[in-house]
Design a protein. Structure first.
Ligand SMILES: Cc1cc2nc3c(=O)[nH]c(=O)nc-3n(C[C@H](O)[C@H](O)[C@H](O)COP(=O)(O)OP(=O)(O)OC[C@H]3O[C@@H](n4cnc5c(N)ncnc54)[C@H](O)[C@@H]3O)c2cc1C
Length: 463
């Protein structure tokens, strides 16, 4: 079937998460028809998988203005802007009502498996830019469909592609074989079955971002509870402990985000977790009793653990965009113009400058990666950044470049100035971190100042 005229076509939005649904609201506000394709069974499918985690942003910071306008006529009322939703609240009280307000413009159980230009593979130049996009979708019932679009906004996030435990960014040897005792999510310890898995057990937590802080705090709470005696965390850090290790603490303009790092520090100070610094996981071996032994690149072998929680960040799934001409940074896999603004070697999320359609553009006109996915492997994404991105992109697609270029966003300072500093620098001159001096820990099990920790994949922000 030949492709219809481009201007009659919708803009296809991949993913019905916070960024994708906000994009649809902004497009509608501009009189442009969106079609949102969501692989999961419901809107916010990724957020629902961390529904038990409380956000460190308030309601006031995670509701998109255009979405709010769309919801108002439905009788929707914004929850108290000063309170903190959980992932589940965010879905039930905002993302689901928003998807319902968008109606048939949101298709769930619709996984995008490929995006290209109609009749043009990646190589072909011939009047490429005037061809509509063709989007291949597979529905839950196995049916496939080709859809055409005037532009494509990929808001598919990075939740489905968590980074592995291995110190080199590869899965550690034995990591896949040990999958029965490894999770890549913050465990929901309110779930009795999950709680039983960690109660009284020794659990390694690999990573150094908000999710790792959350997991350590959850394990410490379990250790302090009646049914959690003997619960112990083993916090695996690739770098030494420095001023930025625990985030900005009280200096963080998002107090709940700052509190996460302080809770992790308290878990170590109170002896509910041992910090193992300078450790890059090379292999995960199975002991005779089935427990796991983490082996470091420098040959160290840690005492066996019952469980491992890997929270080393996320990376983008670019496989279904292979036929398009994307301009991505070799480090971050983020758009080349955006990457320098979010490089965790240089920036914490508090120093990320507002950006819009220009920074999100690619050699292929009309394709935009937005939301968590736009940050590639960088850990510092905030929902409010995504909302500003999609406002600018929708304006650009509508041809209103004045509005598209007028990017307005002030991000809350983290209290962590600059980025992660030098990879292998000894603890003493970890100057890239927080302005505050290195915190004095209770009884950390620091085993060598030379080892380093990867740029905070799980930085003190989003992930
Ligand atoms: C535990 C956790 C806590 C966080 N807390 C905060 C916070 O407090 N404040 C803050 O500002 N940010 C926070 N973030 C960061 C960020 O705001 C969220 O991750 C947010 O959900 C990102 O929105 P998104 O729409 O970009 O991606 P997602 O929410 O990941 O949505 C992407 C959607 O695309 C769908 N999808 C994926 N692949 C396909 C495909 N091929 N075809 C169709 N659909 C597809 C997925 O099912 C998903 O529903 C947090 C993140 C995590 C993981």
């Amino acid at each position: 079937m030949n492709a219809p005229a481009t201007t009659e076509l919708p803009v296809i939005v991949i993913g019905a998460g916070p960024a994708g649904l906000a994009a649809a609201a902004h497009l509608l506000e501009r009189g442009i028809e969106p079609l949102v394709l969501e692989a999961g069974p419901a809107a916010g499918a990724a957020v629902r998988e961390w529904s038990h985690v409380r956000l460190f942003s308030t309601w006031g910071e995670v509701v998109d203005p255009a979405a709010e306008k769309l919801l108002a006529p439905t009788g929707w009322t914004r929850p108290d802007p000063a309170t903190y939703p959980s992932g589940g609240d965010w879905c039930e009280q905002y993302l689901q009502p928003l998807a319902e307000a968008l109606g048939e413009r949101v298709r769930t159980g619709a996984e995008v498996t490929g995006v290209s230009r109609a009749g043009r593979d990646r190589i072909v130049d011939a009047d490429r830019d005037v061809q509509p996009f063709v989007v291949h979708v597979t529905y839950t019932d196995g049916c496939e469909e080709r859809l055409f679009a005037r532009a494509v906004i990929d808001a598919s996030g990075t939740w489905t592609t968590p980074s592995p435990a291995g110190g080199s960014g590869l899965s550690a040897l034995g990591e896949k074989a040990a999958a029965d005792r490894i999770t890549y999510r913050v465990p929901d310890l309110k779930d009795p079955a999950v709680r039983a898995r960690y109660a009284g057990k020794r659990t390694a937590v690999i990573g150094s971002g908000a999710s790792a802080f959350t997991a350590l705090a959850y394990l410490a709470d379990l250790a302090k509870s009646d049914d959690g005696a003997g619960t112990k965390g083993v916090w695996i850090l690739r770098r030494g402990i420095s001023g930025s290790t625990f985030g900005g603490g009280e200096a963080d303009q998002l107090p709940a985000r700052g509190a996460l790092g302080l809770a992790a520090k308290a878990a170590v100070d109170e002896g509910h977790a041992d910090a193992v610094t300078g450790f890059r996981t090379e292999a995960i071996e199975r002991a005779d009793d089935g427990r796991l032994i983490l082996v470091g690149e420098d040959g160290r072998r840690l005492d066996p653990v019952d469980e491992v929680i890997v929270l080393t960040g996320f990376r983008p799934d670019l496989s279904f965009l292979d036929e398009l001409r994307l301009g991505l940074d070799e480090r971050l896999q983020a758009p080349v113009a955006l990457a320098p603004l979010i490089d965790p070697n240089q920036h914490s999320c508090g120093t990320v400058y507002p950006h819009g359609h220009r920074e999100l553009s690619h050699p292929e006109q009309g394709i935009y990666l937005v939301g968590m996915k736009s940050y590639g492997r960088a850990p510092t994404f905030l929902a409010m950044t995504g909302y500003e991105q999609v406002r600018s992109v929708a304006a650009a697609i509508a041809g209103d470049l004045d509005a598209a270029d007028r990017v307005e966003l002030t991000l809350p300072e983290t209290g962590v100035c600059g980025g992660a500093g030098l990879f292998d620098a000894p603890e003493s001159d970890q100057s890239g971190g927080c302005c505050a001096p290195a915190p004095q820990l209770g009884t950390p099990v620091a085993v060598g100042a030379t080892a380093a920790e990867e740029a905070p994949a799980g930085g003190c922000c989003g992930s």
